[in-house]
Ligand binder design. Structure first.
Ligand SMILES: [Zn+2]
Length: 89
């Protein structure tokens, strides 16, 4: 693959549309080995896509930490008020 191909906009678009599959290792829609390599090569060469994948990684890490820090009681309270709201009381 030529550098000009790797840096081209359509390639960035392709990488971004497959990034969640790549970073989440989505088992329902796994990437092929060739697609994995294509993503890794592009991210290694393209600052923009590297930044996007870094952001995504940080965000999903923060989200999973948030989930584990919320205790069950708060979740119950939240779902209770939601139920009250939706039942119109
Ligand atoms: Zn890119």
């Amino acid at each position: 693959m030529k550098i000009s191909e790797v840096m081209s906009m359509p390639e960035c678009h392709w990488v971004k549309s497959h990034l969640t599959q790549y970073l989440d290792r989505d088992p329902s829609a796994p990437l092929t080995d060739a697609e994995l390599r294509r993503l890794e090569v592009h991210i290694a060469l393209c600052d923009k896509c590297a930044a996007v994948s870094e952001d995504y990684r940080e965000t999903s890490k923060a989200l999973s930490q948030l989930r584990t820090h919320v205790d069950q009681e708060s979740i119950n309270r939240l779902s209770d008020s939601l139920k009250r709201l939706t039942s119109g009381e």
